[in-house]
Design a protein around this ligand. Structure first.
Ligand SMILES: NC(=O)c1ccc[n+]([C@@H]2O[C@H](COP(=O)([O-])OP(=O)(O)OC[C@H]3O[C@@H](n4cnc5c(N)ncnc54)[C@H](OP(=O)(O)O)[C@@H]3O)[C@@H](O)[C@H]2O)c1
Length: 248
């Protein structure tokens, strides 16, 4: 059985990918902060029933990178990782001067530093297993993002890092894929004054991103898909009044 680590497993795109990995027969270490809704879903679907099953949820705040490093070292003692999916992410949107320094710090840590750390900690195992890294980047990595300058920069950084890392690691059999989704229906835009439109042609679903992950994982050995960009048919967003409603 192949073992995977996925970050941001608890909601949105990460939760959908986690379910798919379990269907594909992976043993999955999933990182997140609140698994209430995913565990209820998995129980309903009969996938997760008790501790000791193929899904191992790990509650950890990535702002505590020391704890993350300790946890990964602990996992490596008993498991060889074949698949790393860096999916956790956070976005604060608005005029750059309106962001708080803590928001910039959080985006850089969760969206860029943590994926770099995880790749560093797991690369030796991935070379041994001929494994795979999938980065959930964003379409904002590929275009200018006014009102999301810092967020877009973290994703551009993640994509640039991954492309160089693939060049460095490909001869060891490691595959690296960056997926660049456009707006996707999830809780992600809770800190923005816009969100996805109701019309399904105006946004992606977490399952669309999951389908891309499945395509990547089922590609023949010896062939790598370095880059996937996903976009909805129509380009339209819903404007909202509130910005940063969760923050004082
Ligand atoms: N939605 C979009 O339109 C879109 C488009 C392109 C790319 N993306 C990228 O897709 C990825 C998944 O986003 P999503 O849309 O599924 O949003 P989401 O539902 O908000 O999921 C974000 C995930 O990241 C985790 N996370 C955030 N901060 C964390 C922290 N400090 N410590 C530990 N875990 C943390 C969350 O954990 P908890 O919920 O347990 O706190 C959650 O599981 C992100 O990298 C995002 O940048 C999203």
């Amino acid at each position: 059985m192949k073992t995977a680590i996925i970050t941001g497993a608890s909601s949105g795109i990460g939760a959908a990918i986690t379910k798919e990995l379990l269907h594909l027969g992976y043993r999955v270490f999933g990182f997140g902060r609140d698994f209430t809704s995913l565990l209820a879903d998995l129980e309903k679907e009969g996938i997760y029933t008790s501790p000791g099953s193929d899904f191992i949820p790990i509650v950890l705040d990535f702002m505590q990178t020391g704890k993350l490093i300790e946890k990964i070292r602990e996992i490596r003692k008993t498991s060889k990782i074949f698949l790393l999916i860096n999916n956790a992410g956070v976005g604060y949107f608005g005029l750059h001067e309106e962001l708080k320094p803590s928001m910039i710090h959080e985006m850089v840590t969760v969206n860029l530093e943590v994926p770099m750390l995880l790749c560093q900690l797991l690369l030796r195992d991935l070379k041994e297993t001929g494994g795979h890294i999938i980065q959930i980047s964003s379409i904002t990595a590929k275009k200018n993002s006014p009102h999301g300058c810092a967020y877009g920069a973290t994703k551009a950084g993640l994509t640039a890092f991954s492309q160089s890392l693939f060049d460095e690691a490909r001869k060891y059999g490691v595959r690296i894929t960056c997926i660049h989704p456009d707006m996707t229906k999830s809780n992600f835009y809770r800190n923005a004054d816009f969100g996805t439109e109701a019309d399904p042609a105006c946004s992606l679903s977490p399952e669309d991103v999951t389908a891309a992950v499945r395509a990547v994982l089922t590609a023949r050995e010896g062939m790598v898909i370095p880059d996937i960009t996903l976009t909805p048919q129509k380009h339209r967003i819903a404007k909202r009044e509130k910005r940063f409603p969760n923050l004082k």
